[in-house]
Design a protein around this ligand. Structure first.
Ligand code: PLP
Length: 434
Protein backbone atom coordinates (compact mmCIF):
# COMPACT_ATOMS: atom_id res chain seq x y z
CA UNK A 1 0.00 0.00 0.00
CA UNK A 2 1.37 3.43 -0.91
CA UNK A 3 2.26 6.13 1.57
CA UNK A 4 -0.62 8.63 1.50
CA UNK A 5 1.30 11.12 3.70
CA UNK A 6 -1.70 12.11 5.85
CA UNK A 7 -4.31 10.44 8.07
CA UNK A 8 -7.26 12.18 6.40
CA UNK A 9 -6.44 10.31 3.17
CA UNK A 10 -7.36 6.63 2.91
CA UNK A 11 -8.55 3.94 0.52
CA UNK A 12 -12.17 2.69 0.74
CA UNK A 13 -13.72 -0.70 -0.02
CA UNK A 14 -14.11 0.22 -3.70
CA UNK A 15 -10.36 0.75 -3.79
CA UNK A 16 -10.79 4.52 -4.31
CA UNK A 17 -8.87 7.30 -2.62
CA UNK A 18 -10.92 9.07 0.06
CA UNK A 19 -10.41 12.46 1.68
CA UNK A 20 -12.09 13.17 5.00
CA UNK A 21 -14.21 10.08 4.34
CA UNK A 22 -15.47 11.23 0.89
CA UNK A 23 -14.77 9.13 -2.21
CA UNK A 24 -12.61 11.19 -4.59
CA UNK A 25 -13.97 9.42 -7.69
CA UNK A 26 -17.50 10.38 -6.60
CA UNK A 27 -16.35 13.97 -5.94
CA UNK A 28 -14.86 14.17 -9.44
CA UNK A 29 -18.14 12.82 -10.85
CA UNK A 30 -20.31 15.24 -8.89
CA UNK A 31 -18.27 18.44 -9.16
CA UNK A 32 -16.13 17.81 -12.27
CA UNK A 33 -12.37 18.17 -12.67
CA UNK A 34 -10.01 19.81 -12.13
CA UNK A 35 -11.22 20.18 -8.57
CA UNK A 36 -9.64 21.41 -5.37
CA UNK A 37 -10.81 19.40 -2.35
CA UNK A 38 -10.06 20.35 1.25
CA UNK A 39 -10.63 18.29 4.39
CA UNK A 40 -12.15 20.86 6.72
CA UNK A 41 -11.33 18.86 9.84
CA UNK A 42 -7.65 18.84 8.91
CA UNK A 43 -7.66 22.65 8.62
CA UNK A 44 -9.47 23.05 11.94
CA UNK A 45 -7.15 20.58 13.66
CA UNK A 46 -4.12 22.58 12.54
CA UNK A 47 -5.70 25.84 13.74
CA UNK A 48 -6.29 24.23 17.14
CA UNK A 49 -2.78 22.81 17.26
CA UNK A 50 -1.26 26.25 16.68
CA UNK A 51 -3.68 28.04 18.96
CA UNK A 52 -3.34 25.64 21.88
CA UNK A 53 0.45 25.50 21.56
CA UNK A 54 0.67 29.30 21.36
CA UNK A 55 -1.58 29.80 24.41
CA UNK A 56 0.22 27.12 26.41
CA UNK A 57 3.71 28.36 25.64
CA UNK A 58 3.44 32.08 24.96
CA UNK A 59 0.69 32.91 27.44
CA UNK A 60 -2.97 33.97 27.30
CA UNK A 61 -2.46 36.95 24.95
CA UNK A 62 -0.75 34.86 22.27
CA UNK A 63 -2.49 35.04 18.90
CA UNK A 64 -1.68 32.80 15.97
CA UNK A 65 -2.55 34.44 12.67
CA UNK A 66 -3.54 32.57 9.55
CA UNK A 67 -1.49 33.98 6.64
CA UNK A 68 -4.48 34.06 4.34
CA UNK A 69 -2.57 34.41 1.10
CA UNK A 70 -1.95 30.64 1.31
CA UNK A 71 -5.63 29.92 0.59
CA UNK A 72 -8.10 32.75 0.44
CA UNK A 73 -11.86 32.63 0.02
CA UNK A 74 -14.79 33.67 2.17
CA UNK A 75 -15.36 30.36 3.94
CA UNK A 76 -11.68 30.12 4.96
CA UNK A 77 -12.00 33.42 6.86
CA UNK A 78 -15.16 32.10 8.55
CA UNK A 79 -13.29 28.97 9.64
CA UNK A 80 -10.35 31.05 10.89
CA UNK A 81 -12.75 33.29 12.83
CA UNK A 82 -14.53 30.31 14.41
CA UNK A 83 -11.20 28.81 15.43
CA UNK A 84 -10.19 32.00 17.26
CA UNK A 85 -7.37 32.82 14.88
CA UNK A 86 -6.23 36.23 13.73
CA UNK A 87 -5.48 36.67 10.05
CA UNK A 88 -2.77 38.27 8.02
CA UNK A 89 -3.95 40.03 4.84
CA UNK A 90 -1.65 41.44 2.18
CA UNK A 91 -3.96 43.26 -0.22
CA UNK A 92 -7.17 45.19 -0.54
CA UNK A 93 -8.74 42.10 -2.07
CA UNK A 94 -7.86 39.90 0.89
CA UNK A 95 -9.16 42.58 3.27
CA UNK A 96 -12.37 42.81 1.27
CA UNK A 97 -12.84 39.04 1.40
CA UNK A 98 -12.20 38.99 5.16
CA UNK A 99 -14.76 41.73 5.66
CA UNK A 100 -17.21 39.92 3.37
CA UNK A 101 -16.83 36.89 5.67
CA UNK A 102 -17.50 39.03 8.74
CA UNK A 103 -14.00 38.46 10.10
CA UNK A 104 -13.37 40.65 13.19
CA UNK A 105 -11.27 43.56 11.87
CA UNK A 106 -9.34 44.04 15.11
CA UNK A 107 -7.82 40.58 14.64
CA UNK A 108 -6.44 41.48 11.17
CA UNK A 109 -2.77 42.27 10.56
CA UNK A 110 -2.33 44.17 7.30
CA UNK A 111 0.92 43.32 5.49
CA UNK A 112 2.43 44.22 2.15
CA UNK A 113 5.49 46.07 0.90
CA UNK A 114 3.54 48.50 -1.26
CA UNK A 115 0.17 49.43 0.18
CA UNK A 116 -1.59 51.99 -1.99
CA UNK A 117 -3.39 54.97 -0.47
CA UNK A 118 -6.63 53.23 -1.39
CA UNK A 119 -5.53 50.08 0.51
CA UNK A 120 -4.61 52.17 3.53
CA UNK A 121 -7.91 54.07 3.49
CA UNK A 122 -9.93 50.87 3.10
CA UNK A 123 -8.06 49.25 5.98
CA UNK A 124 -8.47 52.31 8.24
CA UNK A 125 -12.17 52.57 7.42
CA UNK A 126 -12.80 48.92 8.22
CA UNK A 127 -10.92 49.23 11.51
CA UNK A 128 -8.03 46.87 10.82
CA UNK A 129 -6.34 46.18 14.14
CA UNK A 130 -2.70 46.31 13.16
CA UNK A 131 -0.75 47.54 10.16
CA UNK A 132 2.62 45.90 9.56
CA UNK A 133 4.41 48.87 8.04
CA UNK A 134 7.12 48.07 5.53
CA UNK A 135 8.86 51.37 4.72
CA UNK A 136 9.07 55.11 5.36
CA UNK A 137 6.87 56.09 2.41
CA UNK A 138 4.10 53.92 3.80
CA UNK A 139 4.67 55.27 7.30
CA UNK A 140 4.22 58.89 6.18
CA UNK A 141 1.14 57.99 4.10
CA UNK A 142 -0.42 56.09 6.99
CA UNK A 143 0.27 58.92 9.44
CA UNK A 144 -1.38 61.42 7.08
CA UNK A 145 -4.42 59.27 6.23
CA UNK A 146 -4.93 58.18 9.85
CA UNK A 147 -4.62 61.85 10.91
CA UNK A 148 -7.37 62.85 8.48
CA UNK A 149 -9.60 60.34 10.29
CA UNK A 150 -8.44 61.23 13.80
CA UNK A 151 -7.07 57.75 14.29
CA UNK A 152 -3.86 56.74 16.04
CA UNK A 153 -3.17 53.48 14.21
CA UNK A 154 -1.59 50.50 15.96
CA UNK A 155 1.38 49.22 13.96
CA UNK A 156 4.31 46.84 13.88
CA UNK A 157 7.36 47.61 11.76
CA UNK A 158 8.63 44.96 9.39
CA UNK A 159 12.31 44.40 10.03
CA UNK A 160 14.77 42.28 8.02
CA UNK A 161 16.97 40.36 10.42
CA UNK A 162 19.44 39.25 7.72
CA UNK A 163 18.89 35.50 7.73
CA UNK A 164 18.91 32.92 4.99
CA UNK A 165 16.91 29.90 6.15
CA UNK A 166 18.35 27.70 3.36
CA UNK A 167 15.12 27.23 1.48
CA UNK A 168 14.44 28.26 -2.08
CA UNK A 169 15.65 31.77 -2.93
CA UNK A 170 12.27 32.97 -4.19
CA UNK A 171 10.66 32.10 -0.86
CA UNK A 172 13.46 33.36 1.36
CA UNK A 173 12.57 36.82 2.57
CA UNK A 174 14.68 37.63 5.62
CA UNK A 175 17.97 38.52 3.92
CA UNK A 176 19.29 42.11 3.96
CA UNK A 177 18.81 42.35 0.18
CA UNK A 178 15.02 41.96 0.16
CA UNK A 179 12.11 44.01 -1.11
CA UNK A 180 10.49 43.51 2.29
CA UNK A 181 11.08 45.55 5.42
CA UNK A 182 13.94 47.61 6.84
CA UNK A 183 17.31 45.93 7.42
CA UNK A 184 18.92 46.11 10.85
CA UNK A 185 22.40 45.78 9.33
CA UNK A 186 22.21 49.06 7.39
CA UNK A 187 20.80 51.13 10.26
CA UNK A 188 17.53 51.67 8.38
CA UNK A 189 15.58 49.66 10.93
CA UNK A 190 16.56 51.96 13.79
CA UNK A 191 15.87 55.01 11.60
CA UNK A 192 12.32 53.91 10.82
CA UNK A 193 11.67 53.21 14.52
CA UNK A 194 12.71 56.79 15.38
CA UNK A 195 10.45 58.08 12.61
CA UNK A 196 7.49 55.97 13.79
CA UNK A 197 7.92 57.21 17.35
CA UNK A 198 7.87 60.82 16.13
CA UNK A 199 4.63 60.63 14.14
CA UNK A 200 1.43 61.65 15.95
CA UNK A 201 -0.99 59.20 14.33
CA UNK A 202 1.24 56.15 14.60
CA UNK A 203 1.09 53.86 17.63
CA UNK A 204 4.13 51.58 17.47
CA UNK A 205 3.74 48.29 19.35
CA UNK A 206 6.64 46.21 18.11
CA UNK A 207 8.29 44.43 15.27
CA UNK A 208 7.69 41.80 12.65
CA UNK A 209 9.99 39.57 10.66
CA UNK A 210 9.34 36.70 8.26
CA UNK A 211 12.34 34.68 7.23
CA UNK A 212 10.94 32.34 4.57
CA UNK A 213 8.84 29.30 3.91
CA UNK A 214 8.95 25.49 3.94
CA UNK A 215 11.37 25.47 6.91
CA UNK A 216 11.68 22.20 8.86
CA UNK A 217 13.92 23.27 11.77
CA UNK A 218 13.25 25.82 14.46
CA UNK A 219 16.90 26.96 14.37
CA UNK A 220 16.35 29.74 11.78
CA UNK A 221 13.40 31.01 13.85
CA UNK A 222 15.49 31.01 17.02
CA UNK A 223 18.30 32.83 15.16
CA UNK A 224 15.75 35.39 13.94
CA UNK A 225 14.30 35.74 17.44
CA UNK A 226 17.80 36.34 18.89
CA UNK A 227 18.48 39.09 16.35
CA UNK A 228 15.05 40.63 16.91
CA UNK A 229 15.37 40.56 20.73
CA UNK A 230 18.80 42.18 20.38
CA UNK A 231 17.15 44.80 18.21
CA UNK A 232 14.44 45.35 20.84
CA UNK A 233 17.22 45.92 23.39
CA UNK A 234 19.07 48.32 21.05
CA UNK A 235 15.88 50.29 20.39
CA UNK A 236 15.17 50.47 24.11
CA UNK A 237 18.68 51.74 24.87
CA UNK A 238 18.69 54.23 21.98
CA UNK A 239 15.13 55.58 22.18
CA UNK A 240 13.55 54.47 25.46
CA UNK A 241 10.82 52.57 23.58
CA UNK A 242 10.24 48.95 24.63
CA UNK A 243 8.48 46.75 22.09
CA UNK A 244 5.60 44.79 23.58
CA UNK A 245 4.94 42.58 20.55
CA UNK A 246 7.17 40.45 18.36
CA UNK A 247 5.75 38.75 15.28
CA UNK A 248 8.04 36.02 13.99
CA UNK A 249 6.16 35.37 10.75
CA UNK A 250 5.26 32.03 9.23
CA UNK A 251 7.22 29.41 7.44
CA UNK A 252 7.04 25.97 9.08
CA UNK A 253 7.12 23.28 6.40
CA UNK A 254 4.89 20.40 5.35
CA UNK A 255 5.73 17.10 3.64
CA UNK A 256 4.96 16.99 -0.09
CA UNK A 257 6.54 13.58 -0.69
CA UNK A 258 7.34 10.52 1.38
CA UNK A 259 10.96 11.76 1.54
CA UNK A 260 10.07 15.01 3.33
CA UNK A 261 10.19 15.20 7.10
CA UNK A 262 7.06 15.65 9.20
CA UNK A 263 7.03 18.57 11.62
CA UNK A 264 5.62 18.22 15.14
CA UNK A 265 4.12 21.73 15.23
CA UNK A 266 3.22 21.71 18.92
CA UNK A 267 6.75 20.62 19.85
CA UNK A 268 8.27 23.20 17.49
CA UNK A 269 6.27 26.01 19.14
CA UNK A 270 7.16 24.73 22.63
CA UNK A 271 10.87 24.61 21.77
CA UNK A 272 10.72 28.05 20.17
CA UNK A 273 9.08 29.45 23.29
CA UNK A 274 11.73 27.95 25.55
CA UNK A 275 14.53 29.35 23.41
CA UNK A 276 12.94 32.83 23.14
CA UNK A 277 12.38 32.99 26.90
CA UNK A 278 16.06 32.23 27.50
CA UNK A 279 17.14 34.83 24.95
CA UNK A 280 14.93 37.48 26.60
CA UNK A 281 16.35 36.66 30.03
CA UNK A 282 19.93 36.89 28.74
CA UNK A 283 19.24 40.26 27.08
CA UNK A 284 17.20 41.49 30.08
CA UNK A 285 14.25 42.19 27.81
CA UNK A 286 10.72 41.47 29.06
CA UNK A 287 9.11 38.63 27.10
CA UNK A 288 7.03 40.35 24.40
CA UNK A 289 3.69 39.07 23.14
CA UNK A 290 4.73 36.54 20.48
CA UNK A 291 2.72 36.28 17.25
CA UNK A 292 3.14 33.47 14.73
CA UNK A 293 1.56 33.63 11.29
CA UNK A 294 1.57 30.24 9.57
CA UNK A 295 0.06 29.89 6.12
CA UNK A 296 1.23 26.76 4.35
CA UNK A 297 1.30 24.52 7.42
CA UNK A 298 -2.34 25.33 8.24
CA UNK A 299 -3.82 24.39 4.87
CA UNK A 300 -1.38 22.62 2.52
CA UNK A 301 -1.85 19.09 3.82
CA UNK A 302 -5.64 19.40 3.99
CA UNK A 303 -5.96 19.90 0.23
CA UNK A 304 -5.70 17.73 -2.85
CA UNK A 305 -6.38 18.43 -6.52
CA UNK A 306 -8.32 15.99 -8.69
CA UNK A 307 -7.75 15.87 -12.44
CA UNK A 308 -8.90 13.67 -15.29
CA UNK A 309 -6.17 12.02 -17.35
CA UNK A 310 -6.50 12.92 -21.03
CA UNK A 311 -3.48 11.37 -22.72
CA UNK A 312 -0.49 9.18 -22.00
CA UNK A 313 2.33 9.68 -24.48
CA UNK A 314 5.67 7.89 -24.35
CA UNK A 315 8.58 9.38 -26.30
CA UNK A 316 10.88 6.34 -26.69
CA UNK A 317 14.26 6.88 -25.07
CA UNK A 318 13.00 10.00 -23.29
CA UNK A 319 9.98 9.97 -21.06
CA UNK A 320 6.27 9.40 -20.61
CA UNK A 321 3.97 12.41 -20.49
CA UNK A 322 0.70 12.01 -18.61
CA UNK A 323 -1.47 15.01 -19.47
CA UNK A 324 -4.29 16.16 -17.22
CA UNK A 325 -7.12 18.69 -17.61
CA UNK A 326 -5.43 21.31 -15.41
CA UNK A 327 -1.80 22.23 -14.72
CA UNK A 328 0.02 25.53 -14.42
CA UNK A 329 -3.16 27.65 -14.22
CA UNK A 330 -4.34 25.81 -11.06
CA UNK A 331 -0.88 24.92 -9.73
CA UNK A 332 1.99 27.15 -10.86
CA UNK A 333 4.38 25.95 -8.16
CA UNK A 334 6.44 23.57 -10.27
CA UNK A 335 6.92 26.27 -12.89
CA UNK A 336 7.90 28.77 -10.18
CA UNK A 337 9.96 26.71 -7.75
CA UNK A 338 10.27 23.15 -9.12
CA UNK A 339 8.15 22.12 -6.15
CA UNK A 340 7.83 18.38 -5.59
CA UNK A 341 4.45 16.67 -5.32
CA UNK A 342 3.01 13.21 -4.83
CA UNK A 343 0.56 11.97 -7.48
CA UNK A 344 -1.56 8.85 -7.65
CA UNK A 345 -4.41 7.38 -9.65
CA UNK A 346 -7.40 7.95 -7.37
CA UNK A 347 -9.46 5.09 -8.80
CA UNK A 348 -6.72 2.56 -7.93
CA UNK A 349 -4.28 4.11 -5.46
CA UNK A 350 -3.18 0.72 -4.17
CA UNK A 351 -1.89 -0.47 -7.56
CA UNK A 352 1.92 -0.37 -7.57
CA UNK A 353 3.44 2.86 -8.87
CA UNK A 354 5.53 1.19 -11.56
CA UNK A 355 5.86 4.20 -13.88
CA UNK A 356 8.03 7.34 -13.80
CA UNK A 357 6.16 10.10 -15.57
CA UNK A 358 6.15 13.78 -16.37
CA UNK A 359 2.79 15.15 -15.30
CA UNK A 360 1.81 17.80 -17.83
CA UNK A 361 -0.96 20.36 -17.98
CA UNK A 362 -2.96 21.53 -20.96
CA UNK A 363 -1.45 24.97 -21.59
CA UNK A 364 0.54 26.12 -24.62
CA UNK A 365 3.73 26.28 -22.60
CA UNK A 366 6.39 23.56 -22.30
CA UNK A 367 6.94 24.58 -18.70
CA UNK A 368 3.33 23.75 -17.87
CA UNK A 369 4.18 20.75 -15.71
CA UNK A 370 2.96 19.61 -12.31
CA UNK A 371 6.11 17.55 -11.88
CA UNK A 372 8.78 15.43 -13.55
CA UNK A 373 10.12 12.00 -12.77
CA UNK A 374 7.07 11.27 -10.60
CA UNK A 375 6.24 7.71 -9.58
CA UNK A 376 2.72 6.80 -10.76
CA UNK A 377 0.48 3.84 -11.40
CA UNK A 378 -0.15 2.88 -15.06
CA UNK A 379 -2.51 5.61 -16.25
CA UNK A 380 -4.95 5.86 -19.09
CA UNK A 381 -7.47 8.35 -20.48
CA UNK A 382 -10.39 8.81 -18.11
CA UNK A 383 -8.53 7.94 -14.91
CA UNK A 384 -8.92 10.34 -11.99
CA UNK A 385 -5.52 11.56 -10.88
CA UNK A 386 -4.95 13.10 -7.45
CA UNK A 387 -2.09 15.42 -6.55
CA UNK A 388 -1.59 15.61 -2.78
CA UNK A 389 -0.69 18.56 -0.52
CA UNK A 390 -2.15 21.25 -2.77
CA UNK A 391 -4.08 23.17 -0.10
CA UNK A 392 -1.60 26.08 0.03
CA UNK A 393 -0.51 28.38 -2.79
CA UNK A 394 -2.47 26.52 -5.47
CA UNK A 395 -5.98 28.02 -5.61
CA UNK A 396 -4.60 31.32 -4.28
CA UNK A 397 -2.01 31.45 -7.10
CA UNK A 398 -4.33 30.20 -9.84
CA UNK A 399 -4.66 32.12 -13.09
CA UNK A 400 -6.82 32.09 -16.21
CA UNK A 401 -3.89 31.52 -18.56
CA UNK A 402 -5.17 30.21 -21.92
CA UNK A 403 -8.63 31.30 -20.73
CA UNK A 404 -8.93 28.24 -18.56
CA UNK A 405 -11.61 28.76 -15.91
CA UNK A 406 -10.46 28.32 -12.32
CA UNK A 407 -11.60 25.07 -10.65
CA UNK A 408 -14.16 24.87 -7.88
CA UNK A 409 -13.12 24.40 -4.23
CA UNK A 410 -15.00 21.76 -2.25
CA UNK A 411 -14.78 21.40 1.52
CA UNK A 412 -15.41 17.95 2.99
CA UNK A 413 -16.78 17.74 6.52
CA UNK A 414 -17.65 14.42 8.17
CA UNK A 415 -17.57 12.77 4.75
CA UNK A 416 -20.02 15.27 3.22
CA UNK A 417 -18.83 17.68 0.53
CA UNK A 418 -20.01 21.26 0.12
CA UNK A 419 -19.05 23.81 -2.46
CA UNK A 420 -16.97 26.69 -1.04
CA UNK A 421 -16.00 28.30 -4.34
CA UNK A 422 -18.00 27.74 -7.52
CA UNK A 423 -16.18 26.67 -10.69
CA UNK A 424 -15.62 29.60 -13.04
CA UNK A 425 -17.71 29.50 -16.19
CA UNK A 426 -16.87 30.73 -19.67
CA UNK A 427 -19.32 33.58 -18.98
CA UNK A 428 -17.18 34.53 -15.97
CA UNK A 429 -14.18 34.75 -18.30
CA UNK A 430 -15.81 37.42 -20.48
CA UNK A 431 -17.64 39.19 -17.65
CA UNK A 432 -15.35 42.24 -17.64
CA UNK A 433 -14.60 42.28 -21.36
CA UNK A 434 -16.11 45.24 -23.23
C1 PLP B 1 3.73 34.18 3.30
C2 PLP B 1 3.85 34.79 4.62
C3 PLP B 1 3.52 34.04 5.74
C4 PLP B 1 3.16 32.58 5.70
O1 PLP B 1 4.22 31.80 5.30
P1 PLP B 1 4.04 30.19 5.24
O2 PLP B 1 5.34 29.71 4.74
O3 PLP B 1 2.94 29.93 4.29
O4 PLP B 1 3.75 29.73 6.61
C5 PLP B 1 3.56 34.69 6.96
N1 PLP B 1 3.91 36.00 7.05
C6 PLP B 1 4.22 36.73 5.97
C7 PLP B 1 4.57 38.15 6.14
C8 PLP B 1 4.21 36.15 4.73
O5 PLP B 1 4.55 36.89 3.67
Amino acid sequence: MMNLLYDHLAVNQKGHLTIGGADTVDLAGTFGTPLYVMDEAAVRTMCRTYRQAALANFGPDALPLYASKALCFTEMYRIAAEEGMGVDCVSGGELYTARHAGFPAERIYFHGNNKTDRDIVDALDMGVGTFVVDNTDELYALDRLAGERNIRQRILLRITPGIDPHTHKAISTGRVDSKFGSPIATGQALDIVRLALSLPHINLHGFHCHIGSQIFDIDPFVDAARIMVDFIATVRDETGFTASELNLGGGLGVPYTEFDRKVDYAAAIRDMATAIRTICEERKVGMPRIILEPGRSLVAAAGITLYTVGSVKTIPGFRTYVSVDGGMPDNPRYALYQSQYTALIANRPDAPRTERVTLAGRCCESGDLVGEDMPLQQASRGDILAVLTTGAYNYSMASNYNRIPRPAVVLVKDGTPRLAVRRESYEDLVRNDL
